[in-house]
Design a protein around this ligand. Structure first.
Ligand SMILES: C[S@@+](CC[C@H](N)C(=O)[O-])C[C@H]1O[C@@H](n2cnc3c(N)ncnc32)[C@H](O)[C@@H]1O
Length: 216
């Protein structure tokens, strides 16, 4: 199947070069096809809570970023986090008004603090979570849900039938909100939120003063 986004203006050559240099970390051999990017962007926009920025983890060559903008997200509202230097350069050229941050997704809390961005309204990820150890996956999911207001979501696609983390054990609600057959490989889109009880616990923990807090 030919991906709909397979033109030179969409960074295909760069994406494939970077995949060849580190297939494990890049994940897919091709960028997301347009149908998947549209479903991801639609689910992301629908899941927004509050006025905060839209965070994209593993923005790559910006296929989903472009779909987000087409779905009404302002370029200035975007925080694009990507670990690959060459892709960051590409993203900066394509989306000059977005905040492009070359860093690790698990450091999301620190990144938002450093950017002075406050809480995100949603986190959208195409990270290859299944290529990572469980601890890294879980810390990325936790960091994402810590970054959004109560009820906020992480939107993530996977190539497998199941989400990439053990949702029940982590107190998460993982709902498949889309499936895109017109992608190589076909992908499911997941909306991941904290379940009611887990969310209340997290809110209580964050409002509790720490050891040096005002009640200390
Ligand atoms: C499957 S590609 C998706 C690219 C693009 N969003 C798309 O859908 O076409 C995954 C991207 O995540 C990046 N990535 C992998 N691990 C990362 C991490 N821990 N932190 C930030 N970016 C990461 C890779 O460099 C790669 O660009």
């Amino acid at each position: 199947m030919q991906q709909e986004n397979a033109g030179p203006g969409h960074g295909l050559a760069l994406f494939m070069r970077r995949w060849a240099s580190n297939p494990y970390r890049i994940g897919g051999i091709l960028p997301s096809a347009r149908p998947l990017a549209r479903v991801m962007a639609g689910a992301g926009v629908q899941a927004r809570r509050g006025e905060g920025p839209v965070v994209e983890l593993g923005a790559g060559t910006g296929t989903i970023t472009r779909a987000l903008i087409e779905n009404g997200v302002g370029e200035r509202e975007l925080v694009l986090i990507e670990r690959d230097r060459q892709m960051c350069r590409w993203l900066t050229q394509r989306f000059p008004r977005a905040a492009v941050v070359r860093d690790e997704a698990a450091r999301l809390g620190m990144i938002l603090a450093r950017e002075g961005a406050g809480a995100a309204s949603v986190v959208i990820s195409s990270l290859p979570l299944r290529n990572m150890g469980m601890q890294e996956r879980e810390s990325i999911v936790e960091a994402s849900l810590d970054a959004v207001p109560e009820g906020g979501a992480l939107v993530q696609y996977t190539y497998a039938r199941h989400p990439a983390v053990p949702c029940a054990r982590l107190g998460l609600e993982c709902r498949r909100v889309g499936f895109v057959a017109m992608n190589v490989p076909p992908a499911g889109v997941w909306r991941i939120t904290r379940s009611g009880a887990a969310s209340r616990l997290a809110a209580a923990a964050s409002s509790r003063p720490g050891p040096g807090g005002s009640n200390g």
